[in-house]
Design a protein around this ligand. Sequence first.
Ligand SMILES: C[S@@+](CC[C@H](N)C(=O)[O-])C[C@H]1O[C@@H](n2cnc3c(N)ncnc32)[C@H](O)[C@@H]1O
Length: 856
Amino acid sequence: MALQKKHAKGRLDKWYKLAKEKGYRARAAFKLIQLNRKYGFLEKSKVLLDLCAAPGSWCQVAAETMPANSLIIGVDLAPIKPIPKVITFQSDITTEKCRATIRQHLKTWKADTVLHDGAPNVGTAWVQDSFNQAELALQSMKLATEFLIEGGTFVTKVFRSKEYNKLLWVFNQLFTKVEATKPPSSRNVSAEIFVVARGFKAPKHLDPRFLDPKTVFAETVEAAPNNEAKVFNPEIKKRKRGGYEEGDYTQFKELPASEFIDTTDPIAILSTYNKLSFKQDRNGNVALAALDRMPETTEEIRTCCADLRVLGRKDFKMLLKWRLKAREAFGLPTKNTKKPEVSEVSEEVAEVESMDEELKIQEELQALKDKDSAKRKRERRRENELRQKDIVRMQLHMVAPMDIGMEQAGPIGQDAMFSLKPVDKKEAVSKISKGKMALLSESERRNQDSGIGTSPDSDSEESDEEEDYLERELDDFYDQYKERKSERDAKYRAKKSRKEYEDGEWEGVSADEQESSDEGELEEDSSDESDEDEDDSTPTKRLITDLDNEPSESGGLSKRAKNFFSQDIFKDIPGILDEPEPEPEPEAGGVDEEMVDVEEAPRAKESKPTSTKEPKKKTPKQKKKAVAAEEQSSDSEPDKNKSFEIAKRKQDDVEMWEDEDKRRPDGTYDIDIITAEAMTLAHQLATGEKTKYDMMDEGFNKHAFKDRDGIPEWFLDDESRHDRPQKPITKAAAAAIKEKLRALNARPIKKVREAKARKKFHTAQRLEKLKKKSDLLAADEAMTEKEKADSIQRLMGRATRAAAKKQQRPQPRLVVARGINRGVKGRPKGVKGRYKIVDARMKKELRAQKRIAKRK
Ligand SMILES: C[S@@+](CC[C@H](N)C(=O)[O-])C[C@H]1O[C@@H](n2cnc3c(N)ncnc32)[C@H](O)[C@@H]1O
């Protein structure tokens, strides 16, 4: 028989998990569900009494299954958290108070079903426990007889013990049908069994002895067994794995300790029996007496023998050792004794030992398996969590689908098994084709040394994962915080949307340079090799070719830099791109794009003088602008000498661009300086206080080379707010910018300007109309000159009157809010036309102001 798992986790079986899933407070819920499925008593009940109901899973099941508006009452020694549609209270079901409270709740009603799943506190001596359980079942039976309706059902838990049959007998007297069953959700190792007693007979008079534990569980005197005869000649018992021995329904089993010493299967005894006794009968027991006197039979051994069910592995081991010592003392064969003549017995002993070891191995194996599966489960759960989060982020448009799933770690992603990118990067193809495996392993070794590619031990892996998890959590919280902030802050929203519309961050040439330098390193290695392998001078081909762009070598610049500078905005900036003279095309705008040969670029440059050449004479103002232009061009100074590929644009695009391009007739840029820093810089450059080389020097500062890799976003965001380069400003520049802004603010807003323009336009239209009319009148030959003059005068008068009328809008009438007007809402009585309610003081003040104005 397998040993029962003692640790708590062994009890977290499928019913436990199911209960958690379904929201039941205990796995016991399934016991009632299964009992009800078999007997169907809940659906028929309108009133139910649940004795010993805590934590309340049976009440939950009852509330779910019973008809609506049913009365469910639950009682327990322990408090029960409220359950919808269930009345619960705390009480001891063996007390009179509990009986009275139930009566109070039931009023005149009777219960259709009484449930009892009580279990007294176990852990004391087994005998005591079993008796208490049976007594509790009888007690609940007593309550049932008082509150059950005739024909009602009583369900109770009992333990298979000596009292079991006596209890069954009582139930049979009071119910028409009594059945004992063990639902599948009840653990096999548990001795509990459920009795479903249906058809309560509801006798008018009940003999109190039926419900008196003393009478019901009265001991029947049994003849003492003759154990003495069995001590050294035990009958070989076949263990029944399927259940209980024929005719043996008792749970508590006691065995003389001498039999444990004598047996060939001590494990079976330890797992079947409850007690090893040292008690001798009246005739005495030689073996037991010897055992009792042995010095190895310590007090600890005696305590262990008293209740085998509460022992752990260590205790069992101790008992087994004690047995071996006793066997040695009694001259019985043990593993160590070498007596060939009692080979049969020694074989048996050996078998016992092997069983012990086998058990141990099995246990260890099981433990390993459990550990492994728990680890895998943890990993799976973590992965699922990550995936879930990614999906949520994607739904919130925080990440693109490219960043998750297949695209990243899939067939072509960076983590993919068949990804060619890393292989390609390291120029591994050439090395593999050369057969120089040593080189690859060398680089691998380097990686390993630096910790890349080595598999860290599981502990650090776990802590890394935990850290990653925490970081992700933090990132999520930060994202949520940003979302919340963006909802409140309009400025932040604008910033965010600007970010969203950005093309993507340009990391500058350095990132690519880094990449190329990496490549360079490897190339260096390979060049060493090529010294030896001179015949391998053929250029190596890359595994992956970029279909979007030309290879970077052709342009001299890195691919990303070239893409950046090939944008339209750089087209006309002199010194950045060496743009060739556009080829005269017969149909401009018809061709979209044409690649110009890279070699031709310098030639084109020669043919067209670039605007970087400074004009010989400049006014200070022009000089300032030119300096600004130069400033721009100096940014791309290092790229000047390199040849680019230039893409032609549509003619329309060029025109549009030229419209936007703010240039003065003399070719200089019309740049608006709007910050005090820019103004100061422009001034310094214009006065020669600073040169472009100074500016380049200043570009190499602590802010230019910040390493942002692996730094969390929230940190960068916060830092960027405070850690900024502070550029100097002069007082004059600050004042100039302030003035400029004031002028800008003084301008009317667009709507006002539009309204004024409209007014002007309408007046011009009216004048035009008048002019036409007067021309017609003047051309009329039928009219005399005087008539013509009068008519024109009238026309003009009408127009001026209309205009004057429009201008003279009557001022609103001021009505004082006092007397009958105090607190009036809406138009005051007797007031016509426009009005304004004012208080007396305001009226007085207005009058005074008018008087003063008149006097002036
Ligand atoms: C196995 S639990 C009952 C589980 C319950 N049927 C459920 O589904 O959640 C046994 C309960 O019996 C209770 N109990 C034991 N003796 C009791 C007594 N004398 N009066 C009331 N409740 C008792 C214990 O407090 C314990 O909560």
